[in-house]
Unconditional design. Sequence first.
Length: 100
Amino acid sequence: MTDRQNEKLNMHQTVLNYCREHAGVYAGIPAFIRGVDELEGYVADTKLIAGHQSGVAIKGTTAQKSNAENILVQACLTVAGSLYVYAFESKNPVLWKKFR
């Protein structure tokens, strides 16, 4: 993977770690739980694909990596959107500040 792809994967892993660390906050929100679970699956899939392709000398981004990245980004956006709504609805000032 390129440096940029590794950075994005690390960012997605960080988001996932943060969500898992604070799972109690969204424990009662089934849609959010599903979003985090999907994100975890996409991160794992991306790592698996990267591992398979690490021994292949290819220049540029392959269609498979690009597709995995797009799916991962969409999952992150879904989780972020749900978290934004939760912060707004619950009037949580600590969480709300993170979106400003």
